[in-house]
Design a binder for this molecule. Structure first.
Ligand code: C2E
Ligand code: MG
Ligand code: MG
Length: 296
């Protein structure tokens, strides 16, 4: 059965309407996945999960408005893993619920530390997957994390992808309204990659649209991506949302996005995701630079 399963997953990976004969290599993969799932189950209690943070900046280059928490797993067996390596497994096994709860709690704790250090204008953004959104405990978990760390809800942003928000629309709407009533902000991530119903988008209590990196990567003057970005910005502004461009890697993209009217920029050009300690040094450095530029 395990082998047949492995062959089925292999076939599915290659697209629909196909078939595969089982080969030993596939089984190794299944065992690896099972072992990984076993390890992931213990990752929270063994303190193997860490959050890196990537700053968001007012366009074109600051000041910083907040940070996005991005999950990393320091696994003794598999090394340092980014989310695409273990999130699908966490989602299909349901482990994303306890893991996601840890992320919410840890991000609130860290934000409170920054707040107490004087960064009172920042907010922290946490990514939520569809499984978390559908889980009955989400609103309580968020409320409790804010209470535990005495963090004002205005310092927490919840990012959900456009696809998550749009599929199972009525459920998402109910939960997002409850979260919004708590006072947290809602951001629509990877915008432009899914199929949005504009009527439904209008009803979402979202404060922010994040234009997917796919549009930014190939952005250059006078190509289709520029027109699409212009349309997204116009749409977002009509709905009274802040527009964030993610994956900004070049100075050209930074200039063009600012000119097109993006409020906020995020990407390797401005800052890469990093652990909180490393970030503070970098930010202190940047603040000094800005201040000395103002003096001169
Ligand atoms: P996302 O929320 O859209 O996050 C942006 C991803 O793009 C991050 O990858 C970030 O490191 C990367 N990125 C940022 N700037 C640039 C750039 O200039 N160029 C390029 N090439 N990449 C850039 P990461 O950290 O691997 O996360 C991937 C996805 O995993 C995230 O996409 C998010 O959907 C998901 N994710 C991350 N952390 C969590 C979490 O705690 N919970 C849940 N449910 N999902 C998470
Ligand atoms: Mg995100
Ligand atoms: Mg994104």
């Amino acid at each position: 059965m395990v082998n047949a399963d492995a062959a089925m997953y292999h076939a599915k990976k290659q697209g629909r309407n196909g078939y595969c004969f089982f080969e030993h290599g596939m089984n190794a993969n299944v065992h690896l996945q099972m072992q990984m799932q076993q390890n992931l189950r213990q990752a929270v209690s063994r303190n193997e999960l860490v959050l890196h943070y990537q700053p968001k900046f007012v366009a074109p280059d600051g000041p910083m408005t907040g940070l996005e928490a991005l999950l990393r797993w320091q696994s003794p067996d598999h090394g340092f893993l980014s989310p695409d390596r273990f999130l699908p497994l966490a989602e299909s096994s349901g482990l994303i619920v306890p893991i996601g709860n840890w992320v919410i709690e840890e991000a609130c704790r860290q934000m409170k530390v920054w707040y107490d250090q004087g960064h009172q204008e920042w907010s922290v953004a946490v990514n939520l997957s569809a499984v978390q959104l559908e889980h009955h405990s989400l609103v309580d978990v968020v409320r409790e994390a804010l209470r535990k760390h005495s963090l004002d809800p205005s310092h927490l942003v919840l990012e959900i992808t456009e696809t998550t928000a749009m599929c199972n629309a009525e459920t998402s709407l109910t939960v997002l309204n409850k979260l919004s009533d708590l006072g947290v902000s809602i951001s629509i991530d990877d915008f432009g990659t899914g199929y949005s119903s504009l009527l439904y988008l209008k009803r979402l209590p979202a404060n922010e649209l994040k234009i997917d990196r796919g549009f930014i990567t190939e952005l250059a003057q006078d190509n289709d991506d520029e027109a699409i970005i212009q349309a997204i910005i116009a749409l977002g502004k009509t709905l009274d949302m802040r527009i964030v461009a993610e994956g900004v890697e070049t100075a050209e993209q930074q200039a063009l996005l600012t000119q097109l009217g993006c409020n906020t920029l995020q990407g390797y050009l401005l800052a890469r995701p990093a652990p909180p300690e490393a970030l503070l040094e970098k930010i202190a450095h940047m603040t000094q630079r800005t201040e000395s530029a103002l003096v001169t």
